[in-house]
Design a protein around this ligand. Structure first.
Ligand code: AP5
Length: 224
């Protein structure tokens, strides 16, 4: 599981880890954006709050994510990104996994200072077709404004407007950050300094995953 504030790099690293580990990257935000963009349903209408930066109801998030984790391509494991988002979702996930005799291996907390998060989000460009993410300064596309992967015109996400970024940061601090303590108590937490380059962060994640237990990493993070 990748845990972190808005813009911490969950999507970026989730994509890279999925390629490296050969298991699917299940991003709740990407799934919700796809539903909102392509479906005309009650679910799509209720999920439109994602554009405002507030969380959708727990029951809806759980149902969407359980469906993904049940897919055959997730049978050998998966990377969760953006889920769970609060303690109620984490407890629902525990129950879901226990019923399937599965368990989380590790929870990687991507730690980045808030000013850096805002800088990353205000420069982000996203492909509405394939979901690939870019940054105008740190990770620009090869051709300005065009997705490297599929050639679509890049857009700015609706929730990357400054007022919505503030809402998302508040939601994160109030509802999601408590999960750091929740998973630390369970011995699953692998805190990672995610302020470096994408390559440096990937290397830190792989090193944290290779470490048995999280105590050393937790001690290192206290200084961040
Ligand atoms: P979601 O898509 O999960 O949004 P988020 O948590 O705000 O995270 P982001 O996607 O903005 O950032 P990221 O951490 O993936 O960073 P990225 O890699 O893109 O959710 C969207 C909304 O859906 C939520 O607000 C909520 O409404 C709803 N939702 C989702 N899940 C839910 C749930 N479980 N329950 C209820 N509601 C839910 O990187 C960001 C930028 O930084 C990019 O430009 C990237 O190129 C750049 N970057 C990445 N890494 C680096 C680096 N190392 N150095 C410099 N730049 C970098």
């Amino acid at each position: 599981m990748l845990l972190g504030g808005p813009g911490a790099g969950k999507g970026t690293q989730g994509t890279r880890l999925a390629e490296r580990l050969g298991i699917p990257h299940i991003s709740s935000g990407a799934i919700l954006r796809r539903i909102v963009a392509t479906e005309d349903s009650e679910l799509a209408r209720s999920a439109r709050v994602i554009n405002e930066g507030t969380l959708i109801p727990d029951g809806v998030a759980n149902a969407i994510m359980f469906r993904e984790m049940e897919k055959p391509d997730a049978a050998s494991g998966f990377i969760l990104d953006g889920y769970p988002r609060d303690v109620a979702q984490a407890e629902a996930l525990d129950g879901f996994l226990a019923a399937r005799e599965q368990a989380l291996d590790a929870v990687v907390a991507l730690l980045v200072a808030e000013e850096a998060l805002v800088e990353r989000l205000t420069g982000r460009l996203t492909c509405p077709a394939c979901g690939e993410s870019y940054h105008v300064r740190s990770a620009p596309p090869r051709v300005s404004g065009v997705c490297d992967r599929c050639g679509q015109a890049l857009t700015v996400r609706a929730d990357d407007q400054p007022d919505r970024i503030r809402t998302r940061l508040t939601e994160y601090r109030r509802k999601t950050e408590p999960l750091i303590g929740f998973y630390r108590m369970r011995g699953l937490l692998r805190p990672v300094d995610a302020s470096g380059s994408e390559d440096e962060v990937l290397a830190s994640i792989l090193a944290a995953l290779a470490n048995e237990g999280s105590e050393g990493a937790v001690a290192a993070t206290t200084a961040l």
